[in-house]
Design a protein around this ligand. Structure first.
Ligand SMILES: NC(=O)c1ccc[n+]([C@@H]2O[C@H](COP(=O)([O-])OP(=O)(O)OC[C@H]3O[C@@H](n4cnc5c(N)ncnc54)[C@H](OP(=O)(O)O)[C@@H]3O)[C@@H](O)[C@H]2O)c1
Length: 385
């Protein structure tokens, strides 16, 4: 038996990927990096290869760039191959979008621990991934800080017990909390990318500003904890110190508090059930100076309502929600649409889809991705943007 656990990081060059490598570097006696994957950032991937010496790496969209000093996996789905490497005990899914859905499924089926940061996997493919995860209890570990918090507030598993009255999913409210619909029309890309508490990748930062991130997390919570979506209540908590809470029938509310540092939920997923000292910033009493909670404004920020609608419609709708949002966020970042139109594009895609009758498959999700992108491409072309 190997002394160290082998870890594969899919999306190693991104915000969660880099934080994951920080955690792994803090526990060299415990973990060994056996595979890294990025989309196209060959420079950063090469630095990581030089530092961690993984036996395998992959760049899924090379654009002619290459890396050396490792075996480069270059086939139709390098993420899937890395996720099922024999030496991989833990697979961290830190990619964006739907690219790692097949790899996540394959890793679970191959008996790996899956530390899942990529919420889009559960949003789009919860109906496919969660039955597999439930048949292999303990293998799926949430990394999203809110879901990691909920997991810690439940007694020992992802399953909510009968005496859970409510899951309180906290949200910072983003940089535009309290703004009116009129004020949102004038929001710039720079303002939307400036999150008050968290440093994250561009997509999730914009999703936090529109509250679509919370919409995704709402769906993610219902799937992960196997509960009705109504059991999950979104609460605005601007300080992002309480990462979520669980209310029980006897009136107790159990909360998880920590600094806003993704290295903590990542480490918890890697070292569970142990809690060794690691690199994450610790909370000090000053951080507690003020903790406030308020109700969300779903009229001005309608993303969570759209997410809920997609979840309730089921089938390919949540995949369309996720792809349309990714498309619209990119269009906003490239200044093709204003901030206030991001949700308009998402709604156009949800309204235009005609539901099929078959059970959801990975092919349906891939087809929904293509269909949504083509539809929104056409809409923006017609407008000349
Ligand atoms: N950032 C956070 O604090 C945070 C918190 C909770 C959950 N999450 C979730 O975690 C995921 C990652 O977020 P992030 O903020 O870390 O994103 P990010 O900074 O944009 O990084 C994305 C990573 O995925 C890689 N990637 C994207 N598509 C890929 C593909 N097809 N094949 C291989 N690699 C691919 C990127 O490679 P390149 O660098 O080469 O493009 C990059 O390494 C998202 O689902 C997000 O919602 C993030």
């Amino acid at each position: 038996m190997r002394a160290r656990q082998g870890v594969v990081v899919l999306g190693s060059t991104g915000s969660v990927g880099v934080s994951t490598l920080d955690v792994l570097a803090a526990f060299p006696e415990r973990f060994e990096v056996v595979g890294l994957a990025a989309r196209s950032d060959a420079t950063r991937l090469q630095e990581q290869i030089d530092r961690f010496s993984p036996p395998y790496a992959a760049l899924s969209a090379t654009n002619g760039a290459t890396v050396s000093g490792t075996v480069v996996i270059d086939n139709a789905d390098p993420l899937l191959e890395l996720a099922t490497l024999e030496d991989a005990d833990i697979v961290v899914i830190a990619t964006t979008g739907h690219a790692a859905i097949p790899a996540t499924l394959a890793a679970l089926q191959a008996g790996k621990i899956v530390a899942l940061a990529n919420k889009e996997t559960i949003v789009a493919a919860g109906a496919i991934v969660m039955p597999v995860a439930r048949s292999a209890p303990g293998q799926l570990r949430p990394v999203d800080s809110e879901h990691a918090a909920i997991w810690q507030c439940l007694p020992g598993s992802l399953q909510v017990q009968r005496d859970v009255r409510k899951i309180l999913l906290t949200a910072s409210g983003g940089p535009f909390r309290g703004s009116t619909a009129e004020e949102l029309r004038a929001v710039t890309v720079e303002q939307a990318l400036d999150h008050p508490n968290w440093e994250m990748g561009a997509r999730i930062t914009i999703d936090s500003a529109t509250l679509m991130n919370k919409g995704f997390e709402w769906i993610e919570a219902a799937w992960l904890f196997d509960c009705p979506i109504d059991l999950v209540q979104i609460v605005i908590h601007p300080q992002s110190i309480v990462h979520s809470m669980v209310e029980y029938d006897d009136g107790s509310i159990i909360a998880q508090l920590a600094s806003h540092d993704m290295r903590l939920p990542i480490q918890y997923a890697l070292t569970y059930p142990e809690r060794p000292a690691g690199p994450a910033r610790r909370l000090s009493l000053d951080d507690f100076a003020q903790l406030t909670f308020e109700a969300p404004d779903f009229n001005t920020f309608r993303a969570p309502k759209l997410a809920r609608r997609a979840f309730e419609l089921g089938g390919a709708y949540p995949a369309i929600l996720s792809t349309a949002d990714e498309y619209a966020v990119n269009a906003f970042i490239h200044r093709r649409i204003p901030f206030s139109e991001i949700m308009d594009l998402v709604e156009i895609a949800l309204d235009a889809h005609v539901a099929g009758t078959d059970a959801l498959t990975l092919d349906h999700i891939a087809e929904a991705d293509r269909w949504t992108t083509a539809l929104l491409d056409q809409r923006l072309r017609e407008r000349g943007t």
